[in-house]
Design a protein around this ligand. Structure first.
Ligand SMILES: *[C@@H]1O[C@H](CO)[C@@H](O)[C@H](O)[C@H]1NC(C)=O
Ligand SMILES: *[C@@H]1O[C@H](CO)[C@@H](O)[C@H](O)[C@H]1NC(C)=O
Ligand SMILES: *[C@@H]1O[C@H](CO)[C@@H](O)[C@H](O)[C@H]1NC(C)=O
Ligand SMILES: *[C@@H]1O[C@H](CO)[C@@H](O)[C@H](O)[C@H]1NC(C)=O
Ligand SMILES: *[C@@H]1O[C@H](CO)[C@@H](O)[C@H](O)[C@H]1NC(C)=O
Length: 360
């Protein structure tokens, strides 16, 4: 029961959809985090952090679903690999079927409650929603079956970028109160709590990506002045320390928590490679966004809804690494998901996502 949707960008290529989940569903998928993973939760909250207008979504879905991308985001590709339907946003009205998982991610959110507070759903609230879902599953399926579902499920996270970027792009002074080590420690501490809570409820399989090359996004280059070609390197110490600590944390949990398994994919190197050597990976432009305005099209104006009405849109999105000021194109997301699914196990994880899904 597949139907085909043809991409405008590559008219000859059809993608398979799974409107009905296939019989060989391996395990469910629960999605947490920020705009890299948000499939539309922010459509249902009062926030300026939305992407539910043209040209978002133009490549694949043909309508602006709320994803910060021209097409599919990483969780969509992972769902396809796992033979799951696209995982719906938790806040999507009328969604009560959580058997294949659900997506809690919210653009702008971070591990800290204070990160872009009021305009995003923070990680702790996402955890509260998950608790609610796990209770509903137990009521619907019975305790024992729900436990099996939850322990076979994979829990993926994209979190941290906003905790480090928001002080710089909103000019708050929060970083004056902490050393880099203390601030990263709080972010990692809050992520740890959330993992432990999910583990307590029965989750065993966790998938993470490290933070990307944040200072070299189009908006990062704008922060740096926009004309020098340089990245905004004030973010880099935070990103590097976070990535080291995340790796150490997962290793530690692997030794401490019985049955805990994880995958950690190196998004930092993945992103840096494509930004600096686009043509090696099938792109023509690694620095300028496809959609936006200002230097590197690094202003958050794609679609003309956020203060600036005028913006530019590239002709051929498949040439670009960045779709807008901070988010990769569908083509990049697809390449990343392929690496996460079947690549060599992450630099310290023991599993790729395929192995994680299939593990008992
Ligand atoms: C939505 O948020 C804006 C800005 O914070 C506020 O002015 C407005 O009253 C809010 N609308 C609703 C319906 O809460
Ligand atoms: C939890 O789920 C119930 C439906 O069973 C819903 O009415 C309630 O609003 C949910 N609470 C949260 C915090 O999502
Ligand atoms: C942030 O503050 C600095 C110094 O007060 C100012 O020069 C800069 O324009 C501000 N940036 C933003 C985005 O408000
Ligand atoms: C979580 O973050 C808050 C600040 O939002 C901080 O006060 C708290 O110590 C952090 N928790 C952990 C366990 O690090
Ligand atoms: C878009 O770019 C891709 C890759 O460079 C190329 O294969 C394709 O023909 C281009 N499409 C159009 C409509 O120019």
């Amino acid at each position: 029961m597949f139907y085909c949707i043809c991409s405008l960008v590559i008219p000859t290529k059809c993608y398979r959809h799974y409107p009905q989940p296939s019989k060989d569903v391996i395990a469910s998928l629960f999605v947490f985090g920020d705009s890299l993973f948000d499939a539309g939760n922010n459509n249902y909250i009062n926030t300026s952090g939305q992407a539910n207008y043209y040209p978002y979504g133009e490549t694949f879905f043909k309508y602006p679903s709320g994803r910060f991308c021209d097409g599919r985001i990483i969780p969509d590709f992972i769902a396809e690999y796992a033979k799951l339907p696209f995982i719906p946003p938790y806040l999507y009205p009328g969604n009560h079927n959580f058997k294949y998982g659900v997506n809690f991610a919210s653009a702008g959110s971070g591990a800290l409650t204070g990160t872009r507070q009021g305009i995003a759903i923070d990680l702790k609230t996402q955890l509260d929603y998950f608790k609610n879902v796990s209770n509903q599953l137990k009521q619907q399926m019975g305790y024992a079956d729900a436990k099996i579902l939850l322990s076979r499920a994979v829990y993926i996270f994209s979190v941290g970028s906003n905790d480090y970027s928001f002080p710089f792009d909103t000019n708050t002074t929060i970083l004056d109160s902490y050393t880099t080590e203390q601030y990263v420690g709080m972010v990692i501490g809050n992520i740890t709590k959330v993992i432990q809570e999910i583990y307590k409820i029965g989750g065993r399989k966790f998938g993470f990506l490290s933070l990307g090359r944040l200072g070299c996004s189009p908006s990062g280059r704008v922060l740096e002045g926009g004309h020098s070609g340089a990245c905004f390197e004030k973010l880099t110490p935070f990103v590097k320390l976070h990535n080291r600590q995340l790796s150490m944390l997962l290793k530690e949990l692997y030794t401490k928590l019985k049955g805990f398994k994880y995958s950690l994919v190196d998004f930092y190197s993945f992103a840096e490679e494509r930004i600096n050597h686009p043509s090696k990976y099938g792109f023509k432009e690694g620095k300028v966004a496809c959609c936006g305005s200002g230097p590197y099209r690094g202003h958050a104006s794609c679609g003309g809804r956020r203060g600036e009405k005028e913006y530019e849109l590239c002709e051929n999105v498949t040439d670009y690494v960045f779709f807008d000021f901070a988010h990769p194109t569908e083509k990049v997301n697809g390449q990343f998901a392929t690496e996460a699914w079947s690549g060599k196990p992450g630099f310290s994880g023991t599993y790729n996502l395929k192995a994680l899904f299939k593990s008992k």
